[in-house]
Design a protein around this ligand. Structure first.
Ligand code: ATP
Ligand code: MG
Length: 563
């Protein structure tokens, strides 16, 4: 087996594939990622992408990208493009193998005719509502439709007329003739075709009957020679139906393997719900950095490497569980720590005047770009008499364990000097501290005292005359509860929308950031990881906070609260 085994934990799926290769059921591995183009991909899809493309890679096989485009009412070519962009950005390549279920509509139609001829499918005139009622429940068997025993000839003729567009929507369907008393509801004569008088984004007006997902999915896998058809647990109960179709047709029969879908705390992972957030204006779009979509995470500053690592590390399981979103953030932080250059940015500025520093003097301080990767070199940051520091880094009356700046106290300005606070200027009206008067020790250039004296804290800073203004967008979780669906009767998940999920502040950033381009990622020292937003221009810099520096996951791990 090829690939980096250390990186990719073995799963029960590997055991199944190994067994199939050993017994000769298959002599190769062919997987696929089958999105429906009715929304943007989210982190749950990323898990499926990493799994399917990863398995193909590990076994020297192939993974197809197939659009399951069977519903013209909800699908759109815009989504096709977004899906391709996102899969590529995650780092996967489907080569020439870009397929569409709609490419198989002719074949599926022929197969439907074949089943009719064999007495295994029939045209039903019941209304959708009647079909639902006749279907029965988990405890009650279904009732056979009065149209179930039509002759093959009549079925062929009606199905052909359905295709020609002679009937209105909802008036007839084609159903498989299986067993209305089956304990598995999926086998109670499932619908194979419905009439939809709506053009399709790829087949235009050619069809006005469209295959259901159940009829299209397994056969599409078969046509593509998929060996391992990997899907989420909801489809376990559909497997007997897919088996029935494939066996009835006598065609290539992939093995279906179900795994638990990814769920994340404070997050919804359903395109239907994500679409509501977009359409009802809770967020600015599918790529809003608060969204768990790939496009949102990209805009937020997550790296494909971090997302892949997360998806691989959480592994695949047979039973559903919810993953702590702090774990995803942990991998993002870990990755950015290695690659993101450090910069100075002050998000909540407090003015500092260094009284004994000459008015006109400017010094260029040498700052290390990344202490985790010294090959990233150093940069110059201008230092002058008037600076900004973070308002939180000063307390007039410091509480216990507050080691930062306070009246009379000396601290280090990183890569610059030791400074001491000698006076505090307040707004006479409000009493608010508006400026600190400080002195610096000229002998401590670079930040170290020659006499070796220690200071309790090191602060970041920017020079007021040189800093650039920037809009900084601070994000919090989209929902206020770990389970957004935990709502009162009569409410839905939007009741838990977090109104404070976006806070915008005006910050001062060091001048080297003037050249930052959308997508560039930085660590603002002591503040967090940030990424330049596509809205950013040289005149108006805009940053998204990717993650804070506080790794709640690592803390939990240390305290032994998680494995
Ligand atoms: P949603 O429920 O978000 O609408 P879906 O399953 O309807 O998702 P598809 O476009 O049909 O969306 O999904 C494409 C593939 O991604 C499927 O194989 C599906 O199993 C997988 N997938 C979707 N959501 C998740 C998830 N949360 N975790 C793992 N895999 C997922
Ligand atoms: Mg689906």
């Amino acid at each position: 087996m090829a690939g980096d085994e250390e990186k990719r934990p073995r799963t029960f799926i590997h055991d199944i594939i190994d067994e199939d290769l050993r017994t000769g059921r298959f002599d190769r591995v062919q997987t696929r990622f089958p999105p429906e183009p009715n929304g943007y991909l989210h982190i749950g899809h990323a898990k499926s992408i990493v799994l399917n493309f990863g398995l193909a890679e590990q076994y020297g096989g192939k993974c197809n990208l197939r659009f399951d485009d069977t519903n013209p009412l909800t699908e759109d070519p815009h989504y096709v493009e977004s899906i391709k962009r996102d899969v590529r950005w995650l780092g996967f390549d489907w080569g020439e193998r870009e397929y569409y279920a709609s490419d198989y509509f002719d074949q599926l139609y022929e197969w439907a005719v074949q089943l009719i001829k064999e007495g295994k499918a029939y045209v039903d005139d019941l209304s959708p509502e009647e079909i639902r009622r006749y279907r029965g429940t988990l405890t009650e068997p279904g009732i056979e439709s009065p149209y179930r025993n039509r002759s093959v000839e009549e079925n062929l003729e009606l199905f052909e007329r359905m295709r020609r567009g002679e009937f209105p929507e909802g008036s007839r369907v084609l159903r498989a003739k299986i067993d209305m008393k089956s304990p598995n509801l999926n086998l109670r004569d499932p619908v194979m075709y419905r009439i939809i008088h709506h053009p399709h984004h790829r087949t235009g007006n050619k069809w006005c009957i469209y295959p259901t997902y159940d009829w299209a999915h397994g056969q599409s896998d078969s046509i593509e020679g998929i060996t391992h058809s990997i899907c989420t647990l909801e489809f376990e109960d559909h497997r007997p139906l897919y088996d029935w179709f494939l066996d009835a047709l006598g065609v290539h029969h992939p093995r279906q393997i179900e795994f638990a879908r990814l769920e994340l705390t404070y997050t919804v992972l359903s395109k239907r719900k994500l679409r509501r957030l977009v359409e009802e204006g809770y967020v600015r779009g599918w790529d809003d950095p608060r969204m768990p979509t790939i496009a949102g995470m990209r805009r937020r500053g997550y790296t494909p490497e971090a997302i892949r690592e997360f998806c691989e590390r959480i592994g695949v399981a047979k039973s559903n569980s919810v993953v702590d979103i702090a774990l995803l953030e942990h991998y993002v932080r870990q990755d950015l720590n290695k690659r993101a250059p450090r910069r100075f940015a002050v998000l909540s500025p407090l003015r500092v005047v260094i009284e004994n520093y000459p008015e006109e003097r400017v010094e260029e301080m040498d700052c290390i770009n990344n202490p985790e990767d010294l090959s990233q070199g150093t940069r110059k940051v201008p230092f002058s008499r008037v600076l900004y520091i973070e308002r939180d880094d000063f307390r007039e009356v410091p509480p216990k364990k507050f080691y930062r700046l306070a009246p009379g106290r000396e601290v280090r300005l990183r890569y610059a000097y030791l400074i001491r606070c000698v006076d505090v200027v307040k707004d006479p009206a409000t009493g608010e501290v508006v400026e600190l008067r400080c002195t610096y020790d000229p002998a401590t250039r670079g930040g170290d005292a020659p006499d070796g004296r220690k200071v309790p804290a090191t602060l970041h800073w920017v020079s007021a005359a040189h800093a650039m203004k920037a809009e900084v967008r601070l994000y919090d979780y989209l929902f206020t509860k770990p389970d957004p669906d935990d709502v009162e009767e009569g409410q839905d998940f939007t009741a838990n929308f977090n109104p404070r999920s976006l806070e915008i502040v005006e910050a001062f950033v060091e001048p080297s950031l003037a050249n930052a381009k959308p997508g560039d990622r930085f660590q603002f020292e002591r503040v967090g990881y940030f990424c330049v937003d596509p809205d950013s221009t040289p005149e108006k810099l805009v940053f998204n906070r990717t993650v804070t520096l506080k790794d709640t996951w690592a803390k939990l791990e240390k305290s032994g609260k998680v494995e």
